[in-house]
Design a protein around this ligand. Structure first.
Ligand code: ZN
Length: 112
């Protein structure tokens, strides 16, 4: 199984992804268009997050978006509903060789 290591800029938050992204989700919702994340979606069982991220919950949203309190990078999001077997990992925290050539999937997050 392929394993990929990523981190925020200062290194306080480290991500290990045991999955192979095949596309990069580019979302235009009110939060993502500001943070500029490129998302890989997978089961939380495939991701290890180390370090103390700070969470932000949008008023109308069922997810917590996590960022580093030191350098500010948005690293991942998790579902508030723990039954939902899905989370998002910001591919920009990883080496560009992992994601720069992936097809971009536009996610119309602004419309819902
Ligand atoms: Zn950081």
């Amino acid at each position: 199984m392929s394993e990929h290591q990523g981190s925020c800029h200062c290194g306080a938050i480290r991500l290990t992804l045991r999955d192979q992204p095949e596309e990069a989700g580019d979302c235009d919702c009110s939060l993502c268009r500001r943070t500029g994340g490129l998302w890989h979606y997978c089961s939380p069982s495939l991701v290890t997050v180390e370090g103390d991220a700070e969470g932000y919950v949008q008023g109308d949203c069922m997810i917590t978006t996590w960022h580093c309190g030191m350098c500010g990078c948005t690293t991942h999001w998790t579902s508030i509903d723990l039954e939902y077997d899905r989370m998002g990992v910001n591919l920009r925290m990883f080496n560009p060789s992992l994601w720069q050539d992936l097809p971009r999937r536009f996610i119309d997050g602004a419309s819902f």
